[in-house]
Design a binder for this molecule. Structure first.
Ligand code: F6P
Length: 323
């Protein structure tokens, strides 16, 4: 392959820049030319390509976000959009593509692969909901940002003997919420994978006070049926009976914008380099991830649309330690 392209797609994740650098420099090292595609699949359809040399990807390793930009592109999910994307790649003499992104982005990669275009995916999403990898680029940074917020909220919660609700991102996956709750010593955790009603959360908080705790902190994943907003509304409605109020902090996009941790930089570097190696060696239609500390290539067909299960031991572990 003489020329490859790469793009970042979907929600940005800290470490995407490190992956862009690794894909580019590794492909150049192998003697291939590299084109960056701006704004993800939207840029692919529009033919928004830029040649990348080694200096173009300098000084980005430590930066959050993505220097190429990203998008969520509805047009790419249509036959016409897909056809235009393949046409753009052909027009620019591109023979293979690396897609750095999460679930939706890898579904797009799979659609291109099914059209016969050589594609390799790189697992990157703060949600950690992508199968074919134990951990995705950006998860560690997002988790540490959530944790820092939780630690700070605990300090103020202690000073005022207050209850706090912290909402983490993660779409329909409770990974970030569960891990942040576990690492932050939450008194209760609410995630989509373990449905629960607000009365059971209230009972847990009440029992925390009864057991002598001077604060109560609940970590809620945004995808839970009772997310922070709904829980807060319930608690406000039943305030007299429940006898405590909760302050709500929604972390939202704050979790996405941080500078990547050492773990994310190393992960992104290893996955990005492996993606370039795979593509240039003629192996494609795979997602590059890390499983049991090894870099792995899993067929896109096996992972797209699959639901990644959470470790079932962790929720009861967090519950038992909140005592
Ligand atoms: O997939 C990453 C993510 O941050 C999710 O956790 C969240 O639900 C979603 O993206 C938010 O999307 P947007 O940035 O388009 O609002």
């Amino acid at each position: 392959m003489r020329r490859i392209a790469l793009l970042t797609s979907g929600g940005d994740a800290p470490g995407m820049n490190a992956a862009i650098r690794a894909v580019t420099r590794r492909a150049l090292y192998h003697g291939a030319q590299v084109m960056g595609v701006r704004r993800g699949y939207a840029g692919l359809i529009a033919g928004d390509f830029v040649p990348l040399g080694p200096r173009d990807v300098g000084r980005i390793l430590q930066l959050g976000g993505t220097m190429l930009g990203s998008s969520r592109c509805a047009e790419f999910r249509t036959d016409a959009g897909l056809a235009r994307a393949v046409e753009s790649l052909g027009k620019h003499g591109v023979e293979g593509l690396v897609v750095i992104g999460g679930n939706g982005s890898q579904a797009g990669a799979q659609a291109l692969a099914q059209r016969g275009f050589p594609v390799v995916g790189v697992a990157s999403t703060i949600d950690n909901d992508l199968c074919g990898t134990d951990v995705s680029i950006g998860v560690d940074t997002a988790l540490n940002i959530a944790l820092e917020a939780i630690d700070r909220l605990k300090v103020t919660a202690l000073s005022h003997q207050r209850g706090f609700l912290v909402e983490t991102m993660g779409r329909n996956c409770g990974y970030l919420g569960l891990m942040a709750g576990l690492a932050g010593g939450a008194d209760a955790i609410v995630i989509p994978e373990v449905p629960r009603d607000p009365e059971s959360v209230a009972a847990e908080l009440r029992s925390a006070y009864v057991r002598g705790k001077s604060h109560a902190l609940v970590v809620v994943a945004e995808g839970a049926a009772y997310n922070a907003e709904r829980l807060a509304a319930y608690f406000a409605e039943h305030r007299e009976r429940l006898q405590f109020e909760l302050r709500v902090t929604k972390l939202g996009h704050v979790q996405r914008g941080g500078a990547p941790t050492a773990f994310d930089r190393v992960l992104a570097t290893r996955l990005g380099a492996a993606a370039a190696d795979q593509l240039l060696a003629g192996s494609h239609s795979v997602l590059i991830g890390m499983q049991r500390s090894e870099i792995t290539a899993t067929s896109l067909g096996e992972i797209v649309g699959q639901q990644k299960p959470l470790n079932p031991e962790l929720f009861p572990l967090a519950y038992s330690l909140a005592q």
